[in-house]
Design a protein around this ligand. Structure first.
Ligand SMILES: [Zn+2]
Length: 241
């Protein structure tokens, strides 16, 4: 409200008007509102949701045309996008893990490891697949930076400030993880088994994960192992957030 019609002297304003103005000044509005204790509590409450989505390693190098492609790896992306949309709409946290390797690591064949060079830091291959619609609020977990370790599990990943996945899950009070991505028989399996060991409930998004299957039954066996560990298999139409 502008001061029009009231003249310029302070003496023209009644005591009541001053009180009203003070109340308006103290009332949080716009950007300031986000910094009041009340708003901070509300933000915390918003974050008390017990569920989160974890998308494992949907990077160019793990998709057809990439250095270590999972056959049909990109075919899960449309359905992953559906999960992303629903989690985002419900304001539940979304995590995306990524391999983020240095040039020299025992993870690679030329340094005694099992894999060809893939997902080098800042390379095109390490980027998330362009069709994956990750919201800007997605928490990215980078893993595999230690040249002495393989790091298959998202629980070996850290966010850009260096917080571990477990620390962030605890901060958000997450109890249940919905897991999809690449590859079922390596990083998805490793992440899901770690989550189960750490006491999280795990839902396997069976329509949104794909395996490498170096041996024909690898994905099937991985699925059995995760279910044996306590994970539950679901598909998109069973999702109940
Ligand atoms: Zn790797």
């Amino acid at each position: 409200m502008g001061p029009q019609g009231r003249g310029s002297g302070f003496s023209r304003i009644s005591c009541e008007e001053i009180k009203t103005r003070e109340a308006k000044i103290n009332e949080p509005s716009g950007k300031e509102a986000q910094n009041t204790p009340r708003a901070q509590i509300n933000q915390r409450v918003d974050r008390m949701f017990p569920k989160a989505l974890l998308i494992v390693d949907v990077q160019n190098d793990f998709c057809p045309g990439g250095a270590l492609a999972v056959p049909g790896g990109d075919r899960i992306i449309p359905i992953l996008n559906q999960y992303i949309k629903l989690f985002h709409k419900t304001k539940l946290p979304i995590f995306a893990s990524r391999d983020w390797h240095p040039k020299v690591t025992k993870h690679f064949k030329e340094f005694g490891g099992p894999w060809p060079v893939h997902c080098l830091q800042d390379s095109r291959g390490a980027k998330f697949h362009p069709d994956l619609n990750l919201p800007s609020t997605t928490i990215i977990l980078s893993k595999g930076m230690d040249p002495k370790k393989d790091s298959y599990s998202a629980f070996q990943g850290v966010d850009k400030e260096g917080h571990s996945f477990l620390q962030i899950l605890k901060k958000f009070n997450i109890k249940e993880l919905y897991v999809g991505g690449l590859a079922t028989d390596y990083c998805v399996k490793s992440s899901a088994l770690d989550a189960l060991k750490l006491g999280f409930e795990v839902k396997l998004l069976t329509d949104a994960m794909k395996g490498v299957n170096l041996k024909a039954d690898d994905s099937k066996n991985a699925m059995e192992e995760m279910v044996k560990g306590g994970a539950e298999k679901i598909t998109l139409h069973q999702l109940n957030l």
